[in-house]
Design a protein around this ligand. Structure first.
Ligand SMILES: Nc1ncnc2c1ncn2[C@@H]1O[C@H](COP(=O)(O)OP(=O)(O)OP(=O)(O)O)[C@@H](O)[C@H]1O
Ligand SMILES: [Mg+2]
Length: 263
């Protein structure tokens, strides 16, 4: 059976969709069969981010209405043959979907996959609960900013009321130069504050953002390294975290750190 992991956050815009897509690619690179499931029915954009929006034939609603089987709605990624996307609602009429219905869809295709990564909407409203009810595990994404950390804290306590086998945190948009200057919390401080287990660290990186804007996960090798580490931590139980401060250390790093201030 597939491991079903919801990527959630509390605060919006901290990088859930970015993490979902890149983690999906990184797991597929390990030759694992991965499904990325978009249950953000309000502002769904995962198909756009994955660059597959022009290939959407059927969506979740079509499956629920019996127009097609769940398998027919899956879209295979162009570059990663073991990576699939199940697109969210594309019709204008908002169909009231509950977690039982999504679980029904998952049950039809679960045996095809090693991992089902569920992209959760922002907030702790109905969409959050719907997404979490479909998962066995959760990854809470936060940035090193106090507002995001506080929201992650709230979400972590909500997740405790669910029967999840694992709850981890992931710190995104970390700036190594600011950590070295003592101007940003590092991942260990955040982990201790939240009293949660860390699964990964992702730096603030323009390549990550640019790759998603042109439709697709990060292709640049260096920028993809943090996601490879997270995939291995998740799948192989390793505990290797990307060091965001590394490139700002030493003589060259010192120059880079000074220049970062002006760009
Ligand atoms: N590590 C990063 N470095 C640079 N930009 C990033 C990084 N992570 C995310 N971003 C950018 O931040 C923006 C928000 O990211 P994303 O859409 O993944 O957040 P989200 O949590 O899914 O948002 P929402 O709550 O609205 O669903 C995007 O423009 C994305 O490219
Ligand atoms: Mg999103």
């Amino acid at each position: 059976m597939a491991r079903k992991i919801v990527i959630t956050s509390g605060k919006g815009g901290v990088g859930k969709t970015t993490i979902t897509t890149n983690l999906g690619v990184a797991l597929a690179n390990l030759n694992l069969k991965v499904l990325i499931l978009d249950v953000d029915f309000g502002l769904n954009n995962l198909d756009v981010v994955m660059g597959v929006e022009n290939r959407v034939v059927y969506d979740v609603i079509d499956v629920l209405k019996g127009k097609c089987r769940a398998k027919q709605a899956l879209i295979q990624d162009f570059f990663n043959p073991t990576l699939y996307v199940l697109p969210s609602v594309h019709s204008v009429n908002n169909f009231n979907i509950n977690s039982e219905q999504i679980n029904f869809i998952i049950s039809q295709i679960e045996s095809m996959f090693d991992y089902i990564i569920i992209d959760c909407p922002a907030g702790i409203e109905v969409g959050f609960h719907r997404a979490v009810k479909c998962a066995d595990e959760a990854i809470v994404v936060t940035t090193p900013h106090i507002s995001a950390i506080r929201d992650a804290d709230k979400v972590l306590s909500l997740l405790n009321s669910y029967n999840l086998s694992s709850i981890k945190i992931l710190v995104n948009r970390v700036r190594g130069d600011l950590i070295l200057n003592g101007e940003m919390f590092n991942e260990n401080t955040i982990k201790d504050y939240l009293n949660a287990d860390l699964i990964g660290v992702v730096p603030e990186d323009d390549n990550i953002s640019l790759a998603l804007n042109i439709g697709g996960a990060t292709k640049n090798c260096d920028s993809f390294q943090p996601f490879n580490l997270i995939a291995k931590n998740l799948h192989l139980g390793e505990r290797n975290f990307y060091d965001c401060t590394k490139k700002y250390k030493g003589v060259l790093g010192g120059i880079r750190k000074k220049m970062r201030k002006y760009v």
